[in-house]
Design a protein around this ligand. Sequence first.
Ligand code: TRP
Length: 334
Amino acid sequence: MSEKSKPIIFSGIQPTGIPTLGSFLGAIKHWERLSSEYTCLYCVVDMHSITVRQNPAELRANGREMLAWLIALGLDPGKNILYYQSQVSAHAELAWILNCFTYMGELNRMTQFKEKSSKHAENINAGLYTYPVLMAADILLFQTNLVPIGDDQKQHLELCRDVAGRFNNIYGEIFAMPEPYIAPVGARIMGLQTPENKMSKSEENVNDTIFLSDAPDVIIRKFKRAVTDSGNQIRVSPEKPGINNLLAIYSCVTGKTLAECESEFAGQGYGHFKTAVGEAVSEMLKPYQQEQSRLIADASYLDKIAAEGAAKAHELAAPTLAKVKAAVGFNTTL
Ligand code: TRP
């Protein structure tokens, strides 16, 4: 398939925080093999991050950390377009235009805005409010066909589709209509303390989440503390969300089926099982952690990758941005 005819996948990754075991096993791990069938763009969305006040040095460092993680986790920069959002001005340009095609009524309904504004009551800025419009611009700039997203971003993708449809209705078929990308395998990893909820970067309870940078002793301690139930059987059951989650993690990490995992631990206690899962996870993560540390020590390499990615993204975005500008009536030299 030629580069041009491949469908486009776009994902935006917030540079705040370290990726979690949940986002690795459930999403990022499966992105590596997409590059043969799709043109894949993975954008570190630093412009989204400043909707919440950031320390500049930390934001810069976190962006590099995230880029290094994406590469370490298998996204080959030769096969994927990896870049910082702030280095491709087309994002901001399209976002402004789309702001003028998005209704306040639509933004008022966004549940993430409501949540974030109650959390950051001292800084409910306009950027936080129009965040979904920037996200729509990210996606629509590239004629994106598929967007890998979690449940928390579905509403934003719906809004993006509404705005794209509205724009296309007025000006003709300018934007491709993006669809959510549902990974054919992606595991849904739950919190270790709250196995009813997806594992997230929750600031409230660090024991709920395995961060990919966690040291082996930290990982094992968190697994030892994982919530289970009062029974003693290690098997998949609707009444055992904690055990189900640990079995799912162990199965993902070892490649064994759930049934194989169940029989491996049959008759053993929860304590032993939890330690074994922790050890398996920390062993699995070790090479990725080493690679990430190696990459982060080479800032000039990371900056070069980001610059090359930004140049490619700029080139891919240019025709769509030019069409949009012409459509709305801006003077153009084209
Ligand atoms: N809003 C997304 C999140 O918080 C990040 C994001 C920004 C994104 N732009 C995007 C995700 C475009 C998918 C596509 O996770």
